[in-house]
Design a protein around this ligand. Structure first.
Ligand SMILES: *Cc1c(COP(=O)(O)O)cnc(C)c1O
Length: 476
């Protein structure tokens, strides 16, 4: 183990330097073509090498080409900077290397605790067994919608696990145009058919309209269909909008629908006192998907699904072959009975470390800071004549576009479609783009608590400069 100790110390020094110097360098730069070629064409080594040499190679060939999301001026997609406590915990988790499928070892018990902590942070009820960690919210959504399908089928007298979908009449689910694509992916995978996902109207700022939901459910039921699911967003990926969950929950209660809330990005925004009121009704959902690997900064991967009814979840997935029977599993059984994965990684240690390093108050402070900075960005954008804020800042996403006076929407779309990559290549900050109501826009997601007001000024400056360059290039 001397090798491991020496190389391990070197690795920690390397990573401390890497993390410490990140803010000084460009946020992101294209990978140097020669380095890219080397990475792509590495031959399968014939002979092994020492650990120290591998650590040095990581330092020379890998660390210099990051995605950029560790940098305080990275605002792309919903990708977090890693919490240092989580980075260290990852090493310990790998050293133990259990399968957190179940059994009597620390990781399994710790997962029960951190799932409860996540529920407490988000303000969601947590009966024992009512959730598990997943690879991300996409997997959490598949698990949740699987349980919703199981319940709906049973109510129609079908055991979908045994009989399959062929004997089921079409089940219809209700989403909005702002619902994340992972819901459609889950619906397709579960055999529900994306055409049975109905797009409910949204209001001018992207919130699912509960009255339209009710009307569509009733119309579909009258037409002989079987409405079973509604999906509300607690923070859409485009603008961070939080749906009126309480009103949607009321429709779901009246109409017997399973309410799934996608809080992958935004659920922890409830910890910001200025935004908490937007989340009223979250606790009424049947299932909630959230991503500790986003706003909490837990190193990837870590999603989480929470459910009100653990029995329904276990009934959807539990399958215990004789060689896995474990008399010591206790009343809750194994995590592998509540989801898709059998061998499961030790995700809970990095969640434990990340949450324990900050405490509830520290996490709430960080969330509130990001939300306040996003609102400030909204103000800076509004005050800049050549920029246009595209939606109110509800959580910690600001969507905006370069839109100087007197330029047609068609040209603005050309400019703004190219703007995020132009900003990225300049290296000082990083945003990504989206399409809002047919209009190209940049959207900045603020989930790194290290972000400061001067960082926001750089973003505004860069968007204006890149926009002006692109517009000039388009003009004859
Ligand atoms: C990121 C995200 C997802 C997908 O989660 P993954 O962890 O990437 O699988 C779903 N919904 C929303 C709102 C998201 O932000």
């Amino acid at each position: 183990m001397d090798d491991f100790r020496t190389a391990g110390h070197a690795a920690v020094d390397l990573l401390a330097d890497y993390l410490g110097k990140l803010p000084e360098g460009p946020v992101w730069q294209p990978v140097d073509p020669a380095a890219r070629e080397r990475l792509l064409t590495l031959p399968l080594p014939q002979d092994g090498r020492g650990l120290a040499e591998l650590v040095a190679e990581i330092g020379g060939e890998v660390l210099p080409y990051p995605m950029g999301n560790g940098h305080p001026r990275f605002f792309g997609w919903v990708n977090a900077a890693p919490a240092p406590a989580g980075v260290l915990a990852t090493l310990a988790a790998a050293a133990m290397n259990p399968s957190s499928a179940g059994g009597d070892h620390a990781d399994v018990h710790l997962e029960r605790t951190v799932v409860r902590w996540i529920a407490e942070l988000a303000g969601f009820p947590h009966p024992p067994g009512g959730g598990l960690l997943t690879s991300g919210a996409s997997m959490a959504t598949i698990v949740a919608l699987g349980a919703a399908r199981n319940r709906a089928a049973r109510q129609l007298g079908v055991d979908v696990r045994e009989q399959g979908l062929a004997v089921l009449p079409p089940l219809t689910g209700y989403v909005s145009a702002e619902t994340h694509s992972c819901v459609r992916k889950a619906a397709e995978l579960l055999g529900l058919g994306s055409r049975n996902l109905r797009a409910v109207r949204t209001d001018a700022t992207g919130h699912l309209d509960p009255a339209d939901l009710r009307a569509r459910v009733r119309a579909d039921r009258a037409a002989g269909l079987h409405p079973f699911l509604a999906v509300a967003s607690a923070g859409t990926v485009n603008t961070g909008a939080v749906d009126d969950i309480a009103a949607i929950a009321a429709v779901c209660a009246d109409e017997g629908l399973w309410l799934h809330v996608d809080g992958a990005y935004g659920a922890f925004g409830v910890l910001d006192p200025a935004s908490a009121h937007r989340y009223a009704g979250l606790e009424l959902a049947d299932s909630l998907a959230l991503d500790p690997h986003k706003w909490l900064g837990v190193p990837v991967d870590c999603g989480c699904v929470l459910v009100r009814d653990p029995v329904e979840l276990r009934g959807t997935f539990s399958l215990v072959p004789s060689y896995l029977r474990d008399e010591n599993a206790g009343g809750l059984g194994w995590f592998s009975e509540y989801g898709i994965e059998q061998t499961r990684p030790f995700r809970s240690l990095k969640v434990w470390a990340t949450v324990a390093a900050s405490g509830r108050d520290g996490i709430a402070r960080d969330v509130a800071h990001c939300a306040a900075m996003a609102r400030r960005l909204g103000e800076l954008v509004s005050a800049e004549p050549s920029l246009e804020l595209m939606a109110p800042v509800e959580t910690s996403i600001a969507a905006f576009r370069y839109a100087p006076d007197g330029v047609s929407d068609a040209v603005l779309n050309q400019v703004n479609q190219a703007l995020p990559v132009a900003v990225q290549e300049r290296g000082r900050t990083f945003v990504t783009g989206t399409l809002l109501d047919g209009r190209e826009a940049a959207r900045a997601c603020l989930i790194n608590p290290a972000v400061t007001e001067p960082d926001l000024a750089v973003l505004v400056e860069e968007a204006v400069a890149a926009g002006a360059d692109l517009l000039t290039a388009l003009r004859p």
